[in-house]
Design a protein around this ligand. Sequence first.
Ligand code: NAD
Length: 481
Amino acid sequence: MVRAGTEVSLADTIYDVAVVGGGPAGYTAAIRGAEYGLKVALIDASPKLGGTCLHVGCIPTKALLFNAELWDHLKHAAEFGITGIGTPSLDWAAVLKRKNDIVTRHVKGLDFLMKKNKVTVIPGYGRLTGPARNGVHTVEVDKNGKKSEVKAKNVILATGSEAKMLPGLKPDDRILTNIEILDLPHPPKSLAIIGAGAVGVEFGSIFRSFGAEVSILEFLPRLVPVEDEEISKELARLFKKRGIDINTGARVEKVERTEGGVKVSFNDANGKPQVKEAEKVLVAVGRAPQTADIGADKTRVEIDRGFVKVNETMETAEPGVYAVGDIVADLPQLAHSGSMSGMVVMAKIAGRAFRPVRRDRIPGCTYTEPQIGSVGLTEAQAVEKGYDVKVGKFPFAGNSKATIVGGHDGFVKIVSDAKYGEILGVHIIGPQATELIAEAVAVMELEGTVEEMMFTVHAHPTLSEAMLDAYGAVEGMAINA
Ligand code: NAD
């Protein structure tokens, strides 16, 4: 059965491209393919398009985050001269409803976009059946045991990822992944979090705002270990200030249900056994690619520890079969890595101009309070690569707009190469960091230099002036510090 887009799907229709998976990587590819005039089928096992990002990832999480931010502001309403509102209370059911309404609205938006672009949406689980025959691939589509075939000249695999679990654990009402934590009947009084990557620190930040006692247990020596070390340090400082309990170098041994909650046993950084008890535990130890049952074994598609190997146009070792998004080896598991890789593939298939996705130009955005936005090399990575590294750092404390919005914590850090002033990395922790980083990504993509940015006009008063000052700081010439 065909859900949206073209009205009829003949068994012998040969599509230009069949996309398997309707998350941000897959649906973006599908739309872009249609925009190029290609005939596109989008196969998804779920009855609703959008994947992890829309249903149990970026969108619902950021909806909760916005509530948490409002709630934090309300706690300090008097500081902003707002009085007479009494004691605000949190209507959790309304918070969840708003989050769910946002998701529903965007699901409808996607259905609309599929129709508008005449993408044929085919519900069911897609699998490769083997190499192309006479240039045509056959994808088996399994809908509740009923099998059909979709034929296409090219196939894009975009099957996404799922939360990893610790051995022996299964998610339930107390042991949570990114999925269960989004629909708790009330904010937990206490929350233990295993893993301090984006998922762990974001939910830690959100539920701390909603009043939970939060304990974070991270195996590595610092929070957000992929970020620049100074960013991790600043986040840890600010989390501690917010009363979040941080345990780095923690080796989790056991997670058990207790009468009223959970008990996490771990060895601390000194190897000393410790226990944390909480109402709930969130397991946020990474995501595994969903590639076990996509028929890759029937083709030349190479899989390495679950991840699909691709070349710079995202093509696998099987000609005409591409992979995008969370299943791709060496590509950060981010919605925007997925969507951009999808756009690259469609340009390649359509024979149009494109720029391959550069791993070092993908922004990382972590939606904590305060936010983190970063792109490119950390200072340590730049040193390791042998650059003559020159760093500029500017604190938001010196930025007038930061004062106005009450966001003095954090800084902008520029990592540059002394020789040509090349910008190697930009690392921001502070207000609107996830928006500010866009400037840095564009500048790096266009190979701008520190000097060029020092003479690029930034409006006043804006948070973006902190970027201008940070570029100046590379030459020891910040104005406001
Ligand atoms: P992650 O891989 O980013 O972080 C997992 C963390 O858990 C790591 O720091 C790791 O050292 C730690 N860890 C692993 N095993 C552990 C153990 N047994 N005990 C203690 N710590 C342990 O994974 P994630 O945070 O689950 O996120 C999954 C993916 O989704 C990542 O690629 C992430 O970037 C992405 N994501 C991105 C965003 C965003 O961009 N804002 C939000 C959510 C998720």
